[in-house]
Design a protein around this ligand. Sequence first.
Ligand SMILES: CCC1=C(C)/C(=C/C2=NC(=C\c3[nH]c(/C=C4\NC(=O)[C@H](C)[C@H]4CC)c(C)c3CCC(=O)O)/C(CCC(=O)O)=C2C)NC1=O
Length: 169
Amino acid sequence: MRDAVTTLIKTYDDTGRYLDQNALNSIKSYFSSGLDRIKAAAVISANASEIVQEAGAKLFEQVPELIRPGGNAYTTRRYAACLRDMDYYLRYGSYALVAGNGNVLDERVLTGLRETYNSLSVPIGPTVVGIQIMKEIVKAKVEAAGITSTSVVDEPFDYMCRELSEVSL
Ligand SMILES: CCC1=C(C)/C(=C/C2=NC(=C\c3[nH]c(/C=C4\NC(=O)[C@H](C)[C@H]4CC)c(C)c3CCC(=O)O)/C(CCC(=O)O)=C2C)NC1=O
């Protein structure tokens, strides 16, 4: 599991180079966004179950077929599995937000996920919609908490959406 700094150091160490201006700029921007990342992660931790519930409700409102007979989130068990997955995306997203890097998402969340979803007919499109809805809810809460630059919040959620969508397109 790596963060923005260890990933960068590894890249330079692999080729035996000193950190150059590019590297230093990138580390500088990571550190200068650090406080926003921590505050955003605190907002997520304090509101996690509410965020998941709200995002689930919005997703099922937007794609009601999911919870109708024949839908993948139909039956209490699958409905609960869907919200549990959303909670995974939120929790691991908060880790990646603090790390400033998608490595934890690759290692713990995304590897093999598409195959699992395909084998269980869990639709990827609506999952991506759900993650985007969650991102918007988090951004609104982060903004309400007085954090002006919410762009750091986009990174982990967009990363998961991109990686999930890739092959199925
Ligand atoms: C921490 C990393 C991690 C992830 C990400 C993860 C996902 C994950 N989601 C699963 C199932 C599932 N995932 C969903 C999710 C949905 N269905 C929908 O229609 C919606 C679009 C969506 C919710 C947004 C559903 C309904 C199932 C149960 C499918 C089934 O058993 O038929 C399964 C199969 C095993 C199980 O049911 O627990 C896994 C492994 N597991 C993990 O350990």
